[in-house]
Structure formats: C-alpha cells, structure tokens
Design a protein around this ligand. Structure first.
Ligand SMILES: [Zn+2]
Length: 563
C-alpha cells in the first residue's frame, strides 16, 4: 500500500525523522592506507592551489549516482504525486494543539537548516527533509503589524496567539495601546491568548521556550504590556503603577498562574536573589534585574502548595529528567538567569541544562494525561538571537534543535487527535546565494568573486558582520560558532526581515492552512479545530455532528408519540 511507502514511514518514524541513517563507515574502513594517503595528498594539493583551507571547500557526497538517471526523478515525482492524490482531509476535532514557533525562522533559514541537518549525517543535504517539512499542509503567513512593515516578536505573538495585529513591541494589547505609554493599557484593549481560551474550555496548557520565560514569545500567552521589555520591575518606567511587570503577571494573574507547564530561562526576571555563575552569568545587557526583593518562583511554589495541587519546581536537566511526570500536574522549570545557553554550548560544555527536546518530552508527559486535552507552545527562541549576531551556523543549529523537539512531539502524539503547527513570527535578512556545488558545506564558502575574493553561501543584508573594506575571508574559519557572516549595512544587531514566513501543519483540520494567511488567522484556526474560544459551541466537530443526531432522535420520539 502506498501509504506505507518509504516517504510516509518517515512521518511517523524515528525521533530524528530524517531520511538518512547514520553513515556507514565500515566500507571506508576497508580503504587501503595507500588510498587514504593518496586522497589526503590530493586534498592538500587542491587546497594549496586555491589557497583555501580545506574546511571551506568541504563537500558532502551524494549517496549514489541515481540522480543522473531519468527514472530516479520520475520515481520521486510519482511518489509525491501519489501522496498528493491520496491525501485525505482529517476533519476530526483536535483534542490537543501544539504550536512550535521558530523565532526568526525565515524560509532561507529552513532551507539552509535542512541542508545543515543532512550534512550532520555526512549527506549532501539538499534532498533531505526536516521533520516538520514532512507535514502534509503548508501555507504562507504575512507578518506585518499595525504600524511596521517589518515586525517584532511581541506584536507578532499578539497576532498568532491572540488573533489581533498590534503595534511594534507592544504585547497582549490591541493597537489602541501606544508603545511605552503605560497608562494606555486598559482592560478594554487587552488581548487574551489561546492559552486563556484553552483554559476556559477546561484544557491543560503549557509554555516551553529556550529564551527567558518572560521574553516576548512566551509572554504573548499571558501578559499585557505597552513595552515587551517590561519583563521585571527594574525595567518598568517611573510612574507606571497601573500595570504589573511581565514576571508578576505570569505568577499572580490568570492565565499565567494557571499554566500547567512553564519551562525556560529568566530566573533573574523572576527573582531578586539571582546570582550569576561562570556558565550562567547574569544578563546585564538585555536581561531584566528584579529590584523589589520579590522571589516569584517561591511565590509560585507557595501558591501551588496552598492550593493542594501536585507540582514540581526544577532548576536543571538532572532535576527535570527525574520528575515523576505521572505525579505532577504543575511544573515550573527555570534553567538559566537569562536565556538558555545555545544548544551547542549545552553540548560542548556538558551543561546541566535541558535541550528543547528534553523539555518538550516532559511537557507532553504532563499535559497528555487525562481526557481534557491541551494547548502547548514550544518556542525555538534562539534562532533569532543567532541571526541578530549574524552567526548563521548557530542559527541553523538552533533550528535543528527545534526540529528534534518536533520529532519528539510527532512520536508522542497521534495525528488523529493532535494538531501540530510549525511556523515563525517573522523573517530575518539572511540570504542563501552564490552557486555552491551540490553538497558544499552550507556554512562554508559559496565561491570566489570576480576579484578572487571568497564569500560565504549565507550572508546578511545588515548587522555586525559589516566591514567597510572587503575582507579576504578565505583564511577564516566560517565553521566557528561565533563566525559572523558578511553583512552589507552596518548595524550592532541585524534586523528582522519583512518577507512572509511559512506555516506547516499536520493533524485535525490541518488543511485549513492552505494558502496565504494573515498572521492573526492562526489562533482562530487552532481554536476552531479544537472547539475552544469563539468556536466552542459551533465548531465543525462535536457541535455540527451532534445536531443531526439530536434531530434524528427528536424526530424518532415525536413519530413514536404521534403514532
Ligand atoms: Zn529578533
């Protein structure tokens, strides 16, 4: 049966879901020493000729020469066509909804990330698929907000979580609230997110991020502020007494205080007793410093204790992995003072900090218990930060980490009752260009320009990678995690991009992502699919199906009574 073909197996397949197995090295081991020496000599000669270090011309080989045959391409197309023809719409009600948000995950980031992931397995990479690229339904999303062509993560979060587009850098309020004007936030202009809609419908909720839990994306689920930077009291402007800082809104107000699973960084936004360490320094530059003497994680623990619920508060990966998720209904995990470290830092320094996949697994174990279903937001939040620094290698690695978390969610959930949506809040300026060869290392050089000067495949329109004279980068290690790609215009921090982002979906009603959408359509679609919010009484599933059934019963009864 076609649905069991190789391509479809990947969808429900292994955690990595990537259509490659790890490279078979036995055959290489059989190469004679002579051959290895000869190859090494040839490589050195090649390197010498180009005056280019070997790492910058590294290429990953395709697995076979089948691409040279017409049959191969016909077969690939046939498989895709069969999948498209046999695709059936899943019109079930979504018991569960998971939204994966790649912050700044532009389309070029996804394409480059796909190749990067393949190259981690020593494949050329272009022909591969990320986990979420195997979802059956894909659309595009317009990310402009009310006052900017190019938006930020707070205004976009208000759109894709609350259903309302708003002003740049404002959060959880409509566009009648003015940026940084504290007193323009009123009860009337607050925008409540799908997390509240889900809670009102009796569902469990969770928010998982690799950033501070008070950062724009996670805060979009629970906070209402005129400035996304008001993460703690230290950043609130003088005289702003009409609203609480974001951290207090999380712990003291609904829907924040009712969220079952909260994981991320931001200890220093929540706690006045935060202390920096070498691996986890206080973030004085972008983080918020709590000044009011409050320790809100303690308050969270006390509130849970007093209400008699089963809870856990964890500070590191070891503690997270030992949580008895069967016996916990509320979990708070705060793993860093600022943002969580980049995934490669967690690996390289063996930090006791969970990966996004670790957190996603724990969240789903807790939320998946019971009949009511859940809404979960998982943010791969540091793709954006790496892009702002024009460090493309890091950005791609963070994307792959989020794709791994998506693989976990695909394995732990059932397509029949769980809608998984993957999208980005906005784009970035990273371009993917030149004419690199197939399999050429995606984080390396594309080639040489007319003057013989090298340039990388990935570059930025603006940012810290700017140089006022054209540098000869052929001697630089573009694979270094902190290598900054070239940028055309100088800026301390590279900007977001205004291009559309992609949206991928699988599960109930996933086909409602079908073309070009406004970003504020997203939460309404998810609410419709799961019968919550505005659609709790008249959605496609239970309600509509229930009406004919009820009508038939009434008809039968009245016929019986009249007969
Ligand atoms: Zn950003």
């Amino acid at each position: 049966m076609f649905l069991k073909s190789k391509g479809m197996e990947r969808i429900s397949g292994s955690t990595d879901g990537f259509p490659y197995s790890r490279p078979v090295i036995e055959s290489k081991m059989r190469l004679s020493l002579r051959l290895v020496v000869a190859l090494a000599a040839l490589s050195m000669l090649f390197q010498f000729c180009l005056s280019t270090p070997l790492y910058q011309v590294r290429r990953f080989k395709k697995t076979s020469n089948e691409e040279q045959t017409q049959n191969y391409w016909k077969r690939i197309a046939d498989e895709e066509l069969n999948r498209a023809i046999r695709m059936k719409h899943n019109t079930n009600v979504a018991k569960n909804v998971i939204l994966f948000l790649g912050d700044g995950m532009s389309i070029p980031t996804i394409t480059a990330g796909r190749i990067y992931k393949g190259q981690q397995f020593s494949h050329s990479g272009e022909e591969g698929w990320l986990n979420f690229e195997q979802f059956p339904h894909v659309g595009l999303v317009k990310t402009y907000n009310v006052n900017k062509q190019v938006s930020d993560s707070a205004s976009t979060a208000t759109a894709y979580l609350g259903g309302v587009k708003t002003n740049y850098k404002t959060l959880g309020v409509d566009a009648s609230a003015i940026y940084q004007k504290c007193h323009t936030v009123t009860e009337d202009n607050k925008v409540y997110s799908i997390v509240k809609w889900a809670q009102d419908a009796g569902k469990k909720t969770g928010v998982v991020t690799s950033t501070r839990i008070t950062h724009a994306t996670p805060a979009g689920t629970y906070a209402h502020v005129a400035d996304r930077d008001w993460e703690c009291d230290g950043n609130l402007p003088e005289g702003c007494d009409s609203i609480k800082d974001i951290a207090r809104q999380l712990v003291e107000d609904e829907p924040g205080s009712l969220i079952n699973v909260l994981m991320g960084g931001g200890y220093q936004s929540l706690n006045s007793d935060a202390i920096g360490t070498e691996d986890d320094p206080l973030d004085d530059l972008y983080g918020c410093t709590r000044l009011d003497g409050r320790n809100l994680t303690e308050d969270w623990v006390n509130a849970k204790k007093n209400s008699g619920v089963k809870y856990a508060f964890v500070r590191n990966k070891t503690q997270l992995l030992t949580v008895d998720t069967n016996n916990v209904d509320y979990l708070l995990g705060i793993f860093a003072n600022g943002h969580l470290q980049y995934e490669h830092e967690k690996r390289d320094k063996n930090l006791n900090v969970p990966t996004l996949a670790n957190m996603t697994k724990a969240a789903l174990e807790i939320l998946g218990k019971g009949p009511e279903g859940y809404f979960l937001l998982v943010e791969g939040g540091r793709i954006d930060h790496a892009h702002h620094d024009t460090m493309a290698h890091r950005a791609l690695d963070e994307l792959v980490a989020m794709d791994d978390a998506i693989g976990v969610a695909m394995q732990m959930t059932d397509e029949k009752n769980t809608l998984i949506v993957v999208t980005a809040d906005h784009a970035h300026t990273m371009s993917f260009s030149g004419y690199p060869q197939r399999g050429q290392e995606i984080i390396g050089l594309a080639g040489l320009d007319e003057e013989g000067v090298g340039y990388t495949t990935l570059m930025y329109a603006n940012g810290p990678g700017y140089n006022n004279t054209r540098p000869n980068i052929t001697a630089e290690d573009t694979r270094d995690w902190e290598y900054t790609q070239l940028a055309t215009v100088p800026r301390d921090s590279e900007t977001h991009g205004g291009d559309d982002v992609a949206i991928y979906a699988r599960g109930p009603m996933a086909h409602l992502f079908h073309g070009l959408h406004e970003q504020n359509y997203i939460p309404f679609m998810m609410a419709y699919t799961s019968c919550i919010g505005d659609y709790k009484d008249h959605c496609h599933g239970g309600a509509e199906k229930a009406v004919p059934a009820l009508t038939l019963i009434l008809l039968a009864i009245s016929t019986w009574m009249l007969s």
